[in-house]
Design a protein around this ligand. Structure first.
Ligand SMILES: [Zn+2]
Ligand SMILES: [Zn+2]
Length: 291
């Protein structure tokens, strides 16, 4: 509660000058004590929200399950096999530069891929969309309550992309032995599989994150917290990449996604969600009061 003085457009002397002098003494004996009482709405904090709502870690929608853990294990195994093929091939041929460069390429392209995928699931489809409906719904929920991503358990958050990684990398593990190729595949797949964890860290607070993660964020090897915050602020159409974020600047400055949205709109008639109603459905973390 705060009491603030009433401010009039005109000064008191200017008002009283229009009153006949004979009436002024009685009027001026009045003490004008007008005030306005206002309530200042404080910004809700994470602690406030946790107190108001049940602990989110008990919410089954945020928990891992054995099925999800198995998918994450399968994804990690296929990535590890690919990585092992690259390393074993390096020892066998003594060629290290090529797989290292291929791995670097995988890391760079994975960031671009994360941006494209994130843009698509943020803006198009819904929970019933084939194959990616779950992730579309997750993206939608994430924009309604951004900080809850930090409450999701590890396999809960990673299982969806782990499924995709397993299904994509397993056939490549079985079909190819080229260690340069696997240098690319293993790094690309690793970044895709773990990009949601990088995303979680981008929502973490510096004091709670492991120092190594903070250091990697600060030197730009992982998507930074500062840049990702911008993704959750109007106009809600930038900083989509969540691996290293190295592509964000070039994609945002070139208005790549805006151009892509225009193409989709004119070709398919579909408006991205970021155009439609950003203020009511996509809110900033600190403005959430009921989730
Ligand atoms: Zn998003
Ligand atoms: Zn986010």
């Amino acid at each position: 509660m705060a009491v603030v003085p009433l401010q009039t457009k005109h000064t008191l002397s200017r008002i009283t000058n229009n009153i006949p002098t004979s009436h002024r003494p009685s009027l001026l004996r009045l003490r004008v004590t007008c005030s306005v009482t206002t309530t200042t709405k404080s910004r809700p904090t994470r602690e406030n929200l946790v107190v108001v709502n049940p602990p989110l870690s008990t919410d089954t929608a945020l928990q891992s399950s054995w099925t999800r853990r198995l998918w994450v294990s399968a994804g990690c195994t296929t990535v590890f096999v690919s990585f092992a093929k690259s390393i074993i091939g390096g020892f066998g041929s003594n060629l290290w530069l090529e797989p290292a460069l291929a791995g670097f390429g995988g890391y760079i392209l994975a960031d671009l891929g994360s941006g494209l995928y994130h843009w698509a699931t943020d803006n198009y489809g819904d929970g019933s969309t084939p194959l990616v409906g779950t992730h579309v719904q997750d993206s939608f929920d994430h924009h309604e309550c951004p900080w809850t991503i930090t409450e999701r358990q590890f396999a809960n958050n990673l299982h969806f992309l782990a499924r995709g990684t397993t299904l994509m990398v397993l056939p490549l593990d079985l079909a190819f032995d080229d260690h340069v190729f696997h240098g690319f595949v293993s790094t690309f797949a690793f970044c895709v599989l773990f990009c949601q964890q990088f995303h979680v860290w981008a929502h973490g607070s510096k004091s709670e994150l492991p120092p190594l993660v903070v250091a990697l964020q600060d030197i730009g090897l992982l998507v930074s917290r500062e840049r990702h915050v911008e993704h959750h602020r109007a106009p809600y159409n930038n900083n989509y990449c969540v691996v290293s974020g190295v592509w964000n600047k070039v994609l945002d400055e070139s208005k790549f996604f805006e151009a892509l949205e225009m193409v989709v709109y004119f070709k398919l008639g579909m408006k991205p969600r970021s155009w439609i109603n950003p203020n009511s459905e996509w809110t900033e973390e600190t403005e959430i009061t009921n989730c």
